[in-house]
Design a protein around this ligand. Structure first.
Ligand SMILES: Cc1ncc(COP(=O)(O)O)c(C=O)c1O
Length: 446
């Protein structure tokens, strides 16, 4: 084994790093390496531009190397590198919480910080359980997720999540979890722009689950307003409102996982605003710092926070938290990112571009092997027919070719190609992105 410093100086030594959610052996044979980024582009170590079709991992909403964010992080590292998050505070985390709560609708007024989307999801589930406990209804412990849902990789998140590969290797998971049916029906929804007309009734599946378990045992339902990681499934028209109504009817908390949909991706600060639905909690991460420093969190409604605030005031109200909850560098990066979003009107920009974006993405409809296309906000997804050899093969070829031949970064879920560019993308760059996608779809046709 090389010493640490010589290993870093040897870029072809790729063995030590076990890459997450990656085909390690294929990657290491033909790496997709980026070493610099600016605006809409990454750059390979030999300086070849790679268009960022995915805002990193759905997170760099303000684009890359934004000077105000860089300066905020640098200054924060100098002024206060770290402060304990338990029993001590620092000013920027309070400021960040207030700014985030102000963006959320209704009385979603209080923010609990975590270090990632997975921690945010697990925090929300724990807060739901503890809420019913402190409210004298400790029998309400069941957690309801949804098929094809993704809520990160903690044990809570994979338990309520509905992506089979993320679950099947990891034992029996949490007990007392059930799942709503997913909302996708290709036959009835294919090639819908935005929310499909068909499918509000999928929300009624919650009635089936309530009939089975009884509402007295159910703590919360967690869904992504738009299922992202499974291949971008927009909610059917009216679906989220109906889910809210059924939760209200039965006294069940509703959690929106907005780790992807938060901070402008759907043209609003949160999808909750777009759909006129106020959930009891919103989880967020990614765009809050435009991907620059890890941060996640949960925004909770006033009645939830207030339920914990009884008892002697020297007693800790919630026995939960992380060393890096509200880390000073993350809080500084969040404030600078939120400033950029506001000053450049990036959420409104995404909203204004949505129609032209949807038309541009739909223009791929007649390309070979395209079996469905979905769009929402500045998100697009193209389902390609799988190769006869099996699911995921064509998708993997797509990632490789897009990167090496076209200089394009995209995401895949099996044979679904998903793209979600930074919200700063220009109209001509949308055309450029679509051209790269079109050529790559043709290149993987045979
Ligand atoms: C909806 C949703 N929840 C949670 C997560 C997990 O976030 P992280 O990877 O930061 O743990 C993701 C990540 O893509 C996500 O899309």
């Amino acid at each position: 084994m090389n010493s640490a410093s010589s290993a870093i100086a040897t870029p072809n030594d790729l063995e030590a790093y076990w890459m997450p959610f990656t085909a390690n052996r294929s990657f290491k044979k033909n790496p997709r390496m980026v070493s610099r980024a600016e605006g809409m582009f990454y750059y390979t170590p030999d300086n070849k531009p790679v268009m960022d079709g995915t805002a990193g991992l759905w997170c760099c909403n303000a684009g890359h190397a934004r000077e105000p964010i860089i300066q905020a992080i640098q200054a924060q590292a100098r002024d206060l590198d770290y402060a304990p998050s338990f029993q001590y505070g620092h000013p920027k985390v309070f400021a960040a919480a207030a700014r985030i709560a102000a963006l959320a609708p209704g009385d979603l007024d209080h923010v609990f910080f975590a270090g990632s989307g997975s921690e945010a999801a697990d925090s929300a589930l724990k807060i739901a359980l503890a809420y019913w406990n402190v409210s004298g209804k400790a029998a309400k412990t069941r957690l309801i997720g949804r098929e094809r849902g993704y809520h990160g990789v903690g044990f809570g998140g994979i338990s309520v999540g509905g992506m089979s590969n993320n679950r099947k290797f990891f034992g029996s998971l949490l007990t007392g979890v059930d799942h709503l049916a997913h909302t996708y029906d290709r036959e009835k929804q294919a090639f819908s722009k935005g929310e499909p007309d068909y499918g509000a009734h999928f929300a009624d599946d919650l009635e089936r689950i309530v009939a089975l378990h009884d509402a007295s045992t159910i703590a919360a339902v967690i869904v992504e307003p738009m299922a992202g990681s499974t291949g971008a499934l927009p909610p059917p028209k009216g679906y989220l409102k109906r889910l809210r109504e059924i939760c209200d009817k039965h006294g069940i908390l509703l959690i929106f996982d907005e780790v992807i949909t938060g901070f402008g991706r759907l043209g609003f600060a949160f999808a909750a605003e777009r759909y006129g639905v106020v959930p009891d909690m919103i989880t967020f991460a990614k765009g809050v710092t435009s991907g620059t420093v890890p941060m996640g969190g949960v925004i909770v409604r006033k009645h939830i926070y207030d339920a914990f605030m009884g008892g002697p005031d020297n007693v800790i109200e919630l026995f939960h938290g992380y060393t890096y909850s509200g880390h000073p560098l993350a809080a500084a990066a969040a404030l600078a990112s939120l400033d950029i979003y506001r000053e450049e009107g990036l959420f409104e920009r995404a909203r204004a571009m949505e129609g032209a974006w949807a038309d541009a993405v739909m223009s791929l409809k007649d390309e070979p092997n395209v079996v469905d296309i979905r769009t929402l906000g500045l998100v697009g997804a193209v389902d390609l027919a799988p190769r006869a050899e099996g699911a995921g093969k064509r998708g993997y070829e797509f990632i490789e070719r897009a990167f090496h031949e076209e200089g394009l970064m995209i995401r895949t879920a099996a044979d679904t190609i998903a793209f979600s560019p930074p919200l700063i993308i220009s109209e001509s760059q949308v055309e450029e992105l679509i051209g790269k996608l079109r050529r790559t779809i043709r290149a993987v046709a045979n």
